[in-house]
Design a binder for this molecule. Sequence first.
Ligand code: NAP
Ligand code: MG
Length: 533
Amino acid sequence: MEPAPFENELTFQTHRAEGAEESVHDRYESAVESLLYDLGDSHPLRIGGEAVEREKTFTVTSPGDHDELVGEFAAGDADAVESAVDAASAAFDDWRGDWERRVEIFRSAAGIMRDRKYDLAATMTVENGKNRTEALADVDEAIDFLRFYSRELERNEGYVYDTGEPTPDQHTGNRLVPYGVFAVVSPFNFPLAILTGMTSGALLAGNTVVVKPASTTPLIAHQFVDILEEAGIPDGVVNLVTGGGRDVGQPLVEHEDVAGVAFTGSRAVGLGIQETFFELGKRGPVIAELGGKNPVIVSENADLEKAVSGVLWGAFSFSGQKCSATSRVYVDASLYDRFVTALVEATEDLEIGRPRDRETDVSPIIDDGALERYREITDQARSVGTVRTGGTEVEREDLPDGRYVEPTVVTDVPHEHELAREEHFLPFVTVHEVSDFEEALEKSNDSDYGLCAGLFSEDGSEVEDWFDGIEAGMCYVNRSQSATTGALVQAQPFGGWKFSGTTGKFAGGYWYLPQFMREQTRTVVGDVGDPTA
Ligand code: NAP
Ligand code: MG
């Protein structure tokens, strides 16, 4: 059955269409004000519906202002993981039964999240440095996940099928059933949307979860768990253990009662988790969404203006800290000089600033590790290529003490060089001259990754050749809003080929939920019990 179209949340767009954009700004700004007033609390672990304090804690400060203390958080460890997995195991039997109840709880959570969207966006601005457009888009996507996966579970009637009587007296049914306890390990860069997507996928399917958010973004994770609790999720169904990757993530994945893992993050960590999980003899799924090195082709048939705009926003929105960020651009020789000049000019017009300021296009980067990487790759770029613009840290009197860096455009780096092959997760893009479309396509595909890709071309047959030839999960043509970022739930399911993902099934799409379940076929001969109940 063809499902009805899905309406995405799209806060900015819908308000703009109604001439009410200013009200979005007003509500966001007052949410930031009240949050700043309220920051710096201390937060426990949340296990079995209880607040669990730890002696050891860690603090988080804002990437845009080191003087802003986001909060102090309990540091989890293997013992905490043990209790959390026990709580999740104990809650499983009751939770897995009634799928309609789960749909009800998650719809109610979507409603609460919608009511609170400005507060959640404000949290992300302070905690991970997203500007208002990016932060609201992150909340919108989280709401979409809650609603879309609920709708999918309902549309498939809990994935319970009556398969009839194949031979006289054999009554049969087939269904998808949950595995048990899932580990959910999430990244800093979509700290609400991705956390919500993975958690709600696992939970709607009937599993219970232990959630380990990125160490840099624990506050938004608490606010998400608050919402689930208010929506009526039973104790122990969702457990939150904050702390480091090695201290919490590792023992969680290794725990013998953890039946499956949902992970989004870097390739190295994700593949390490997958290896560990299988080495321990576990058989459940490792649903991992990994990195990207997303190529864009500007063909000789491109509209230059669209291409410049698409690459600009693809590379530099949220400072390039998106798995979908545009990171290498192959430009036909006939347009190359004009493209580079225009991209450099547009990049220099971008506003680098505090995440909460309305004018800010380029916000600070997440942590000291990211800053160190920025120094390394810009140094390297100066020696192997040409830095056309950017490449240095920003010191400005009007900026607080934070991690502000210039968006960087680099040319003359060989396609084979690691600067053009490795994911950097920074506002850094390399531009390469190519002699034709075939060379551009070949170089685009010459990568371990296969997440997003973009093409700028006004030639329909070139567009079709590209769709058929490009090795990537999400493929966008002539997208001036952003060449590679900004996928929407349902219409643009999101996932990776090659080393960009482990399952080939995409978040926000029709095949996402079934990954969290396994099949069971039920047969009864005679009249005792109903295999389709
Ligand atoms: P990351 O460094 O790989 O961390 C992801 C999560 O794994 C964090 O919660 C991290 O904890 C945890 N972790 C670290 N070491 C671990 C271990 N040994 N065992 C278990 N868990 C461990 O990724 P990130 O820096 O947060 O995010 C950026 C990466 O995510 C990029 O590579 C990006 O491409 C990818 N990403 C992919 C997608 C997609 O859909 N394909 C979407 C978004 C992001 P700590 O925070 O404590 O280190
Ligand atoms: Mg990291």
